[in-house]
Each structure stands twice: as C-alpha cells, then as structure tokens.
Design a protein. Structure first.
Length: 168
C-alpha cells in the first residue's frame, strides 16, 4: 500500500538483522529515505562501539541536544569562521541563548530547543584551544562531545544544515 514502507536488512558482521516499518506519504519523492537514515544511525553506532569509542553519555532530552548543537554551531562560527577576537561575555551568551531559534521557526524544531544545552554547547566549543578548524574537528571526534556523532548528524539535518562536524 502506498504510504507504508517495509525494509529488511541484515548485517552478518554484527549478527544483526533490522526490520524497519514506516508510515508516511511523500508524494514528491520516488524513494523512502528514512530506512537508510535509520540503518546508517545503527551501523555508525555499532562501528563506534566496535572501535572502543563508545562512551556513556548523560541522559538528555532531544531539546537539550538540539540546543547543544546550536551552541556548537554558533561558537565555531564566532572564532574560526568570523575571526571574532574579543571574549564572549556571560551577558552575550544569555542574549544568544534566549534568542536562538532555528532558521525556519515554523518547523517543529523551534519548539524543541533548550537554552541550557545551547549555553553548554557554546562553552564547549569556545573552550577548544586553539580556536582552529583542525582543533574543533578533533573536539567533534573526541569523547568530550556531549551528543553522539549520529545525533549530531540528525540534528544538523533537522536544522537544515549539511555535515556533521566533519566538513569544517
């Protein structure tokens, strides 16, 4: 039936089989991409665990994680991208955190934002020394990142951005 999609995949190297069922009506698309995204998320997660880079992260809401990624994004733009040299004051952080909204406030993401996550994301990326793209890329690849790389990629997609911290 149109609007329903079932996808089955096996990953013998992980002794894993996935059954993915979705219900939607994307008339403008000829292919359902959700199954690909779900599979990529799971396989990336398993690859990270296999490589010994799996870290238990503090349980956080999706709104907090969205705010965190927004803070990371603003922070990396302030220093290496725009070359802002003056310090970012607590007052500036508060104004940014309270006024931060996604590019399109009509999207559901606008309701899914926690300023506390924003503040910490901004602080984390501004704490990277030296403030270079190479150092920030290393931070994104480290266990200091407070969201999983897979979550980072998903939030970037929700925000309408490309990349996942690795293209900077």
């Amino acid at each position: 039936m149109y609007g329903w999609m079932n996808d089955f995949r096996s990953y013998p190297e992980y002794r894993l089989a996935l059954a993915i069922f979705t219900n939607h009506w994307p008339i403008s698309q000829s292919r359902y991409h959700e199954a690909d995204l779900i599979s990529e998320f799971i396989v990336d997660w398993l690859d990270r665990e296999r490589a010994g880079r799996a870290v238990a992260l503090e349980a956080r809401s999706w709104a907090w994680k969205t705010g965190y990624v927004m803070g990371l994004t603003i922070g990396e733009q302030l220093k290496p991208a725009m070359g802002v040299e003056q310090p970012v004051t607590p007052d500036m952080v508060e104004r940014m955190a309270s006024g931060a909204l996604p590019r399109d406030s009509a999207r559901p993401l606008a309701q899914d934002y926690d300023p506390a996550g924003f503040r910490l994301g901004l602080a984390d990326v501004l704490g990277v020394v030296p403030q270079t793209y190479q150092a920030i890329r290393a931070f994104y690849a480290s266990d200091r990142l407070r969201v999983l790389p897979q979550e980072l990629a998903l939030i970037y997609r929700e925000m309408g951005l490309s990349g996942s911290g690795d293209n900077r």
